[in-house]
Design a protein around this ligand. Structure first.
Ligand code: ASP
Length: 476
């Protein structure tokens, strides 16, 4: 058995693998470090802005088949793209029989998951030949049950056993198989999950996720000019930021590595010397590169919320008032985000799309069952999460945030700080969103070049309050 000490698993995204020139860059990156033993690949992505990702081309082939049309021409385009890469890389690799089999299976009705998975399969064959490493198929190793739910523990058992004695390998991302052997994919972008699964299986020291950006930024660059990169982020902070709209990683991808405590390093294939972002379970104070008493980790937000606001005199004396209100939402299958309240008022913040086609009925039931003195609906609310492990037990964070918003002339509609103190979420009018994000950013992010003050001690981070997705055992 090979000592996993120091082993890195590298996952490369589609843009990093779009053509022969980029594949050569990938080869140089992998070969620059002997600990980069296992490589997980996406299908080739876009070579330029107007290009089409191979996965999208494959889904288009499937669409042709569904409409009863011939698939020869669209599949020939996919085939040419791979053959071009093999030719440009001067590889001694002949995939002719694979292309023919794929075409036969496609025409025989293998289905969208099989068809989509071929982009990763063929690309992994090419990268394996380029690196001179064994190709290991993930069908039969990444397991789903008959209903299509990912099976984490069976996958871990099989993958660990298969990779244990290999010096290195190249694996396709995005797919696995069901018990009957049929191929099943994750949701779009799912190669990130495959990379995390491989990292956990080999007990990697680091899961390197190579993409086309230099990690996470502290705010959306469309809103804040040149936001600073985030050097270190905890899994929990990332969940909070991703949940509110920020993200370079597939949402579920962190679970397998989080479980095993493996850090994820997001890096830029085009700029391999950039520091990137490291995602870790906890940050020992001494190692916390981003530490600054006023520093936050990041700001994320979204505009698409509605507030349902009720007022009723002596509400605080009516036991079960809030439960009755929430029950109405439960009956309509609506999940809520926050419940800001006062003595005689209660508001529920809900994603607007959850209320589509249901709002009238919900209002009617609220009037009947809760009998509020006032019932108001405020659409077009934006929520902004200011996230940071350094906010915990640090006086003055909220004051700084609300002063900044007040000075920018922003009216704060709702406020929520979880007891974890990992974030402060404010609700503002959607039209104030950009100004509010910029105001918060400027209030917290130290001007470049300022000398940071000494850090206060870091306290342990409590568990996240966001539940994992239903139907999956990709749990933390
Ligand atoms: N190729 C798949 C997609 O485009 C999976 C991935 O790249 O992660 O979604």
């Amino acid at each position: 058995m090979i000592d996993p000490q120091g082993t890195r698993v590298c996952k490369f995204g589609g843009t990093s693998l779009a053509d022969a020139a980029r594949l050569r860059v990938v080869k140089a990156i992998v070969e620059a470090d002997p600990t980069r033993r296992f490589v997980v690949v996406s299908a080739p992505g876009k070579r330029h802005a107007d290009d089409i990702k191979v996965t999208d081309m494959l889904y288009a082939c499937e669409e042709h088949l569904r409409r009863g049309e011939d698939v020869l021409d669209p599949f020939a385009v996919v085939r040419r793209r791979f053959e071009e890469m093999i030719r440009d890389l001067e590889l001694d690799l002949d995939l002719a029989s694979d292309f023919e089999e794929i075409l036969r299976e496609m025409q025989g009705g293998a289905g969208p998951d099989y068809v989509a998975s071929c982009g990763e399969y063929l690309n992994a064959r090419i990268v394996a030949a380029l690196l001179g490493r064994e190709f290991v198929d993930t069908a039969g190793l990444i397991c789903f049950d008959a209903a299509g739910r990912f099976q984490a523990e069976e996958t871990q058992r099989r993958m660990a056993a298969r990779l244990r004695d290999l010096p290195g390998a190249v694996l396709p991302g995005f797919y696995g198989s069901r018990p009957d052997g049929t191929v099943q994919t994750f949701s779009r972008g799912g190669s990130d999950i495959s990379g995390a699964i491989v990292a956990r299986a080999v007990g990697a020291a680091v899961y390197e996720n190579w993409t086309d950006v230099s990690g996470l930024l502290m705010a959306d660059p469309r809103v804040v000019e040149n936001p600073l990169p985030i050097k270190v982020v905890t899994y929990q902070e990332l969940r909070e930021l991703a949940y509110m709209g920020a993200g370079v990683l597939h949402d579920e991808a962190i679970f397998p590595v989080r479980q095993a405590g493996i850090p994820v390093h997001i890096r830029n294939t085009q700029r391999p010397d950039d520091a990137g972002t490291i995602i870790v379970r906890g940050v020992p104070a001494a190692a916390d590169l981003d530490r600054h008493p006023l520093a936050i980790t990041g700001i994320a937000g979204r505009k698409d919320f509605t507030v349902i606001a009720l007022a009723k005199a002596l509400m605080n004396q009516q036991i079960g008032y809030g439960a009755a209100l929430l029950n109405i939402l439960v009956r309509h299958g609506v999940s809520w985000e926050h419940i800001p309240s006062s003595i005689d008022t209660i508001s529920v913040v809900v994603r607007s799309q959850e209320l589509k086609g249901k709002l009238d009925a919900i209002q009617e039931e609220i009037r009947k069952e809760c009998q509020p003195d006032e019932l108001d609906i405020f659409p077009d609310i934006a929520l902004i999460a200011t996230v940071g492990r350094n906010m915990m037990h640090t006086p003055g964070m909220a004051a700084r945030l609300f002063t900044a918003l007040a000075e920018a002339g922003i009216n704060v509609r709702t406020i929520d700080q979880g007891s974890s103190e990992l974030n402060i979420i404010v609700g503002v009018e959607a039209s104030d969103f950009e100004v509010a994000v910029r105001a918060i950013y400027e209030a917290f992010v130290p001007m470049q070049g300022t000398v940071p003050e000494p850090p206060p001690p870091l306290l342990p981070i409590p568990p996240s309050r966001h539940a994992p997705r239903p139907g999956s055992d990709l749990t933390p």
